[in-house]
Design a protein around this ligand. Structure first.
Ligand code: NAP
Length: 316
């Protein structure tokens, strides 16, 4: 078969021949249709924290959409190296299959799985967002952040504030459910003023896709009188602005911020139930995601070339 094969750690995979996978115990064979290029997909090929000991040559891709031998269309997780999802065929644990309804096409389902779960899982199972609470999405202009704005609304947030650097995407988010926007591309003083203008009654929940200096700016900008009484549930999801942030102890206590890692997963039945809700919201037109597609034969050209705010989905 043909696949996107990683020959050298840190270099883009190339379209090349690779051995056919066969399903082992508890696994199913997948005829792959589409797989998205996410940050996780790339990190698995170059970051020892994520590569779980993979050694080249191996097939890139951690999840995708495909069909089972009986024709069922599913999102699957590719977990057994050297096989990955960016290939004509892959293998998945049978328990890691999530149904895709007829109303949602392969490309949309492949694009949604990573970014939509990144906000829905923590909002539903880590911080238990309640109807009427307010949410700040820090890093709302990325693909996952744009979805987080829409997911927070779908889960009943009364007010969703979108903070990010790309002002065109920020403005577009006002059409996708954001109640206010905070541009964070300026100086610390400008960013603090933008937060002060948008903060309203404070935030119950923060979904942070950036970390780094934007996290420091947020903590520095949050004034005591606007912190909600129950404290802020601050979910750390991504590091797009940097792996490290200095946390001011005084600011943490003043703001009542409780930092929560998004790293732990609820049990699989809960994840599947959430995926079902994501598919329903997508079918109803309530979760918009901008996608560009490219064929797997061109994987090396598209591997490191994201279009800002859009997800690249590789078709097989
Ligand atoms: N834990 C999980 O389950 C999970 C799932 C999905 C994503 N993530 C993580 O979440 C992060 C975002 O993912 P994504 O899919 O949304 O990525 P993405 O589409 O590539 O977006 C990244 C965003 O980060 C912004 N950014 C980068 N540096 C910045 C800075 N210094 N200040 C302000 N904004 C900055 C970019 O803004 P510009 O457009 O202005 O460059 C872009 O909007 C990544 O770290 C990813 O690994 C985690």
């Amino acid at each position: 078969m043909y696949a996107a094969v990683v020959h050298t750690i840190g270099e883009a995979p190339r379209y090349a021949e690779f051995e056919e996978p066969t399903a082992g115990d508890g696994e199913v064979l997948i005829d792959v249709r589409a797989s998205a290029l996410t940050n996780l997909t790339r990190m698995v090929t170059r970051d020892p924290d994520y590569s779980e000991g993979r050694t080249p040559p191996f097939v890139a891709g951690v999840e995708g959409v495909g069909t089972l031998p009986d024709g069922r269309r599913v999102v699957f997780g590719a977990r057994r190296a050297p096989f990955g999802s960016l290939a004509q065929r892959s293998v998945s644990p049978g328990i890691l299959l999530f149904d895709v309804p007829d109303e949602v096409d392969d490309i949309t389902a492949a694009a949604l799985v990573n970014p939509a779960l990144s906000s829905w899982l923590p909002l539903a199972s880590h911080v238990h967002l309640e109807q009427g609470e307010s949410v700040l999405v820090l890093g709302a202009t990325g693909v996952a952040g744009q979805l987080a704005v829409q997911v927070a609304k779908a889960l009943g947030a009364s007010r969703v504030v979108a903070a990010g650097r790309n002002e065109d995407v920020l403005k577009e988010l006002l059409n996708r459910g954001a109640d206010a926007i905070v541009p964070i591309g300026g100086s610390d003083e400008e960013v603090a003023a933008a937060y002060a203008e948008a903060i309203g009654g404070g935030f119950n929940v923060v979904l942070d896709y950036l970390w780094g200096h934007p996290a420091e700016q947020f903590l520095g900008a949050l004034p005591r009188e606007l912190v909600v009484k129950s404290g802020v549930r601050y979910v750390q999801i991504g590091n797009s602005a940097g792996r490290l942030a200095s946390l001011d102890g005084n600011a943490l206590r003043r703001t009542g911020v409780n930092i929560i890692s998004s790293g732990s997963l609820p049990d699989l039945d809960e994840v599947k139930a959430i995926w079902g809700r994501i598919m329903s919201e997508s079918a109803a037109g309530n979760l918009k995601i901008d996608v560009v597609t490219a064929p797997i034969t061109e994987i090396d050209q598209h591997w490191d070339k994201d279009v800002p705010g859009k997800r690249t989905v590789i078709t097989i």
